[in-house]
Design a protein around this ligand. Structure first.
Ligand SMILES: NC(=O)c1ccc[n+]([C@@H]2O[C@H](COP(=O)([O-])OP(=O)(O)OC[C@H]3O[C@@H](n4cnc5c(N)ncnc54)[C@H](OP(=O)(O)O)[C@@H]3O)[C@@H](O)[C@H]2O)c1
Length: 254
């Protein structure tokens, strides 16, 4: 019988750790946790036990993504869950980004989930899940996190379309769209000012709701009333106006 596994990228970060915690509780043989920092990966294994199999990979490198598929094949594994969670974000004007940072953001937030999904689908069966961690930033263009927001819009659109394509295989793809989540990703201060994050939620709340929604077969997961309102607002308002409101909240930090 094949080994039943879950794969979580960015498993050492705030949201990824929560997914790891929830997935080790499932009827799964191994939870493969992916990130670059080996020490942090070992800490996650210590926290959540023997089911956790750390894989140190840099997902901006295509060959390292392919090594994950090679391991699945070698070990005759069945992928029950793929959580494409690793992501990077930086706030700032377009001029503040190096070419390397621009490339890495696109590679990690867009290229990696697409390649990993394509590589894992042949090892999935009816009832398997892909969860792609997008963001509420996907709902509208967001100046000063323009690339991040665009990458998350890509991820959401890709996930929802893929969900339709794999429906006949019984695989469910869910785009997870949280707003601010209390993790290391959020900058605490900019230009000497403490940054405020309205509607901020815990990583635990995001992961719990995402698992619940995925099991219900939803193609999108929104975890709070605040984000539900945001989602409705952006559908009703012209994008020029939503960007004006965004800039109003941001101007004191620029
Ligand atoms: N926090 C928020 O407010 C928020 C809101 C909406 C959506 N999200 C999305 O949620 C996801 C998780 O965010 P988070 O807040 O939990 O972030 P986080 O705490 O900063 O964790 C990021 C994770 O990604 C890994 N990672 C970064 N670069 C990588 C690379 N090149 N290759 C492999 N792994 C890499 C990190 O580990 P290493 O550094 O060791 O590689 C870490 O495990 C992201 O996709 C993010 O865009 C976050």
């Amino acid at each position: 019988m094949s080994k039943r596994i879950a794969i979580i990228t960015g498993a050492t970060g705030g949201i990824g750790r929560e997914f790891t915690r929830l997935l080790v509780e499932e009827d799964i043989d191994e939870v493969w946790t992916v990130a670059r920092n080996e020490k942090k990966l070992e800490e996650v294994k210590k926290l959540y036990g023997e089911k956790v199999i750390p894989l140190a990979k840099d997902l901006t490198h295509t060959e390292e993504i392919c090594e994950i598929e090679e391991k699945i094949k070698r070990e005759n594994a069945e992928v029950l869950y793929l959580v494409n969670n690793a992501g990077m974000a930086k706030m700032g004007s377009y001029q503040e980004f190096s070419i390397q940072e621009l490339e890495n953001t696109i590679d990690l937030n867009c290229k990696a989930p697409v390649i990993l999904s394509n590589l894992c689908i042949p090892y999935m069966k009816k009832g398997s899940h892909i969860l792609n961690i997008s963001s509420a930033s996907a709902f509208q263009p967001n100046p000063y996190i323009n690339l991040y927001a665009a990458s998350k819009a890509f991820e959401r659109s890709y996930s929802r379309a893929l969900n339709v394509e794999v429906e006949n295989l019984g695989i469910i793809v869910t785009a997870v769209c949280p707003s601010w989540v209390d993790t290391e990703m959020l900058i605490k201060e900019r230009n000497g000012k403490k940054v405020k994050f309205p509607g901020i939620v815990t990583a635990e709340a995001v992961a719990k709701q995402a698992m619940k929604d995925a099991k219900k077969g939803k193609d999108m997961s929104i975890c709070s009333f605040y984000v539900k309102c945001q989602h409705v607002n952006v559908k009703l308002m012209p994008q020029k106006l939503t960007m004006k409101l965004w800039m109003h909240g941001l101007k004191k930090y620029l």
